[in-house]
Design a protein around this ligand. Sequence first.
Ligand SMILES: NC(=O)C1=CN([C@@H]2O[C@H](COP(=O)(O)OP(=O)(O)OC[C@H]3O[C@@H](n4cnc5c(N)ncnc54)[C@H](OP(=O)(O)O)[C@@H]3O)[C@@H](O)[C@H]2O)C=CC1
Ligand SMILES: O=C(O)CCC(=O)C(=O)O
Ligand SMILES: [Mg+2]
Length: 740
Amino acid sequence: MTTQKIIWTDIDEAPALATYSLLPIIQAFTKGTGIAVETSDISLAGRILANFPEHLTESQRIPDNLAQLGALALKPEANIIKLPNISASIPQLIAAIKELQSQGYQIPDYPEQPTEEVEKAIQTRYAKVLGSAVNPVLREGNSDRRAPLSVKNFAKKHPHKMSPWSPESKARVAHMTTGDFFGSETSTTLAKATTARIEFVGADGAVKVLKEKLPLQAGEVLDASVMNVRSLRAFYAEQIDAAKRDGLLLSLHLKATMMKISDPVMFGHAVSVFYQPVFEKHNATLRELGVNTANGLGDVYAKIQTLPEARRAEIEADIQAVYATHPALAMVDSDKGITNLHVPNDIIVDASMPVVVRDAGKMWGADGKLHDTLAMIPDRCYATMYKTVIEDCQKHGAFDPATIGSVPNVGLMAQKAEEYGSHDKTFFAPAAGTIRIVDESGATLLSQKVEEGDIFRGCQAKDAPIQDWVKLAVTRARLTGAPAIFWLDKARAHDAQMIAKVEAYLKNHDTKGLDIRILPPDEAMKVSCERIRKGLDTISVTGNVLRDYLTDLFPIIELGTSAKMLSIVPLLGGGGLFETGAGGSAPKHVQQFQKEGYLRWDSLGEFSAFCASLEHLANTFKNAKAAVLAETLDQAIAKFLDNDKSPARKVGQIDNRGSHFYLALYWAQALAAQARDTELQARFSKVAQQLGANEAKINEELIGAQGKPVDMGGYYHPDRAKTGAAMRPSATLNAIIDGM
Ligand SMILES: NC(=O)C1=CN([C@@H]2O[C@H](COP(=O)(O)OP(=O)(O)OC[C@H]3O[C@@H](n4cnc5c(N)ncnc54)[C@H](OP(=O)(O)O)[C@@H]3O)[C@@H](O)[C@H]2O)C=CC1
Ligand SMILES: O=C(O)CCC(=O)C(=O)O
Ligand SMILES: [Mg+2]
């Protein structure tokens, strides 16, 4: 029998914890079927270690798994289960490095302000693991994200709580009206392939090359846009005044993790504008200490620890004084005094704005209560649709998960499409002048006027992925009968190029009888909201960033969480990437696990992704056992939902581990009940019997393990034995699974 491989990624935080319990079950169930489920460590800690082999002993080294998986993703045999991983901000990266060093890994410190060449080289190496470093490498296909039907039906039957909107709600989204990426964008479609370069031209005409080689294909869409920092800072200042005047909380929503070059800096400007009195008065000291506003107010607190007591107290008092004259800030953790401006990775727009919608326009204030917020989302490329959904709720009230329809998504992301690939084309203007993209003949393709500090961003979207994206949209529209809306705005330069392509490529498909529209994001949002309120589904077909934002927004509205989403990436090379859920790695869940031995991570996303991965094996390799496993897993998931076996939230109820037991039980029962594969039937009849007979005992052992602190031996790089033991506390369950 040839063995087909499924790669299960080892990642971070809550989903990594869940893996300790779930993977042994999955490996036991697939044993002897010709399917091998193997792990590949692409965790933040793993990626750090993989980049510094010469600093490690032989036994400490780990291979560059991410590069290997990236290569695998291009091949037809690729079958990868991708769990959400940390896209690290600098504070997270530094914390992970410290932890690894404390465990005896002699990797270098992160040079925050490199001066010497050696330091610069180390920083460059660390840059490879910073931010969204994994997803763009593995996502060699476009994205199909939706709620599986069983999950959607479950949510309708057991609707989660949505806060009612008050007619007095003053919540609002604020965005810039000029000087943002949206306003400045210019875009072109390449007539022929070329290798371009990006250069800065100073006021004196001197040219500085920013990027030597930018290979461009014929037919690809190339954009250049600029965030004018003066306008951005003025925008922040205005909104600070407006929030104060209107008695609103102030919140900032960016994506500093995924947009790892531009957004931390935009975040930093908000920090220095909000705390301007502190930065003015203590400018010299803070500079000397190497405070980087892009790392948030938390960086100020961290760096002033080295100052003499009196000096530190003075700065701290001046920070407190700001709150007296400024609007209240939205809080990430009001108990600990962690504000929205503390660290750049705590409020990530895709996850934070849906919660504002769910909580009726409110966020937590320092008083531990919910208040209407003024949500700053500077750039109009993304802000207007959030504005529309908030206004829709203010007008029509909260969405009712019991009755609303669905908004699945078809997202363009292959080959680092759009903003995903912009990191190596994002630059900060060294002075006033022009930044331009010049082709190999010397002709200027695009150019932007800049002032000092402005953020220049170049984006690319290759033609093949665009064609595939259009095809995927038509396929989904045909399969579901739902209208498909391309969220594209002809007033945005990039979108205008895309619209021309979409219109051309739609002609390659049979679209007879399909409802396919092209609408700007605010209108598309309006139509989609109107339709879900009537119980109707509407496919959103979007570029990369809107994909990210919408696939948290609608799932959180519809299902209460994006963890339950099915997230499939049909790879352009023929393989499959199956992502679990559409959300993140839930740091809050790890904190709860460490404190009270309770893990409320819901693995439904993993279940669905694994099922889709088995289906893919069954279809592409005609693997009959995989087909039976997939079909029975699907039945098990349905029963799991029917019996509501997802983790609860509190000690004493089943948690993630208990939910895995029930999945195993129902899966074994379904395998025992089928007759297509008698070998599996016989094998699993015994397992089903054993699991069923021990249900009470297993539950007792699993729940008995809760309620006390857990020592994982590390956060970013936990001790495998300790964590494994904590995640598999039922000797009875372990004996059955390990005995299979
Ligand atoms: N695909 C990927 O690799 C992604 C990675 N990330 C990364 O994840 C990290 C954290 O991201 P963040 O935006 O804070 O958001 P998360 O999605 O990790 O968490 C936000 C909240 O979502 C809920 N939640 C998420 N997943 C589950 C689940 N499986 N079961 C139950 N509840 C869940 C919980 O909310 P509640 O308290 O409301 O129940 C949780 O506190 C960052 O490092 C980010 O870069 C983020 C998105 C995608
Ligand atoms: O790549 C990342 O940093 C996050 C991706 C994400 O949020 C998503 O795909 O939904
Ligand atoms: Mg997301």
